[in-house]
Design a protein around this ligand. Structure first.
Ligand SMILES: C[S@@+](CC[C@H](N)C(=O)[O-])C[C@H]1O[C@@H](n2cnc3c(N)ncnc32)[C@H](O)[C@@H]1O
Length: 109
């Protein structure tokens, strides 16, 4: 965490906390309207209610036309809130070890 804060790139803001509170984190960092949320957190191993809460938080981040991208080992993220997110675009990324599936959703504008 402290190392990341010293990383010399003005585009990087660092915040430590659970993605369950992503809206609060974004407001704290003055990024309350992100174009995209990219996540590698393990939706397959967390309790379903925590995963659903995170997906609702991400979806309500006011992302009109914005994207949510999750790279995952397991497909569980697609089952947690299908009515909210709809069907994702799915791509297998072989350049990651182990290969992961990349799920991408776009929120209607
Ligand atoms: C498999 S590691 C992936 C690390 C990194 N994102 C990557 O792709 O290399 C999963 C990470 O998700 C984080 N994580 C798990 N649950 C989380 C949550 N509710 N909110 C934020 N991060 C979480 C863990 O702390 C861990 O660092």
């Amino acid at each position: 965490m402290e190392f990341l804060k010293t990383y010399p790139d003005p585009r990087l803001d660092v915040y430590l906390g659970s993605a369950e509170h992503i809206r609060r984190a974004l407001e704290t960092l003055n990024h309350s309207r992100p174009d995209a949320v990219v996540s590698g957190i393990p939706f397959s191993t967390m309790p379903a209610e925590v995963g659903r809460k995170i997906l609702h938080e991400i979806w309500s981040c006011r992302l009109p036309g914005g994207r949510f991208v999750a790279y995952q080992l397991m497909r569980r993220v697609t089952f947690l809130a299908p009515l909210l997110l709809g069907d994702p675009q799915v791509r297998l990324e072989l350049r990651i070890v182990p290969p992961l599936r990349v799920y991408a959703w776009r929120k209607p504008a």
